[in-house]
Design a protein around this ligand. Structure first.
Ligand code: SAH
Length: 242
């Protein structure tokens, strides 16, 4: 449980992005708050991961873990989870929540790149969810993920596609019409096409196994996994055995 303050200078991080999450951090575990969508999609992504890698007993790294919604749920499935983030407020909230939940996630304030230097090929599973669209150089995070995972291990990414429909749903719909997210949560130009993410993953030595869309129906307030990757999507990649 090492949490220290770290400047973002020289790091692949955008201070304004970290500040956005710092302002909201105290509401991370409030399921009616700005984090409601993350709570709502969590069972879907957790099952997707668990079905593919069987989390029980696995060493898992959750990059950009925030307040620990996914990290804690993977711990509950029996994984040995490390959660890293560069937001110290979110990590403090995550640690406080563990006092209530009894979860045993090891939270650390460290960048993915630095941890890759410290502990290469140490994790059976690496998850990096809803985070790539908030960093200046997402491809460098993908490379760090590829070096952190053991050969034969899995890396999962989720992010937002970049096209007019994604702009309409993820920015206009979520931030302006439904007001599920604060205005300015997402910047369109930072969205990532599945083809771009797949190319970064392949260049980093990861094989693409599955691509899944994550859909939201505002009429039923229901999320589901499917083939439509036009807005939110998940990718499962595998680092080949040597
Ligand atoms: N992955 C979590 C939280 C997503 S919110 C989930 O899906 O439930 C995005 C998170 O990315 C925030 O916690 C923010 O602090 C973190 N983040 C933003 N830039 C980062 C960076 N460069 N390195 C690590 N974490 C970062």
């Amino acid at each position: 449980m090492a949490i220290e303050t770290q400047s973002t200078q020289g790091l692949n991080a955008d201070p304004a992005e970290l500040e956005k999450f710092a302002t909201l951090a105290h509401r991370w575990w409030d399921k009616t708050s700005e984090f409601k969508p993350l709570h709502a999609i969590n069972p879907l992504r957790l099952n997707f991961i668990d079905e593919l890698v069987s989390l029980n007993g696995k060493r898992v790294l959750d990059i950009g873990c925030g307040g620990g919604i996914l990290s804690e749920s993977m711990d509950e499935k029996g994984a040995i989870v490390t959660g890293i983030d560069l937001g110290d407020k979110a990590l403090k909230v995550a640690q406080l929540h563990q006092l209530e939940s009894g979860s045993k996630v090891d939270y650390r304030l460290i960048s993915a790149e630095d941890l890759a230097g410290e502990q290469p090929e140490s994790f059976d599973v690496v998850t990096c969810m809803e985070m790539l669209e908030h960093v200046p150089d997402p491809e460098a995070i993908v490379r760090a993920c590829a070096s952190l995972v053991k050969p034969g291990g899995s890396v999962f990414f989720s992010t937002i596609n970049r096209n007019p429909k994604a702009y309409l749903f993820a920015v206009i719909g979520a931030e302006y019409v439904l007001k599920m997210l604060p205005k300015g949560t997402h910047e369109y130009q930072k969205f990532i096409k599945p083809s771009e993410l797949s190319a970064w993953a392949r260049h980093a030595g990861l094989d693409i196994n599955q691509l899944r869309g994550m859909g939201y129906n505002p009429l039923t307030d229901h999320y589901s996994l499917g083939q439509d990757t036009s807005v939110n999507y998940l990718i499962h990649t595998i680092k080949p055995l040597r």
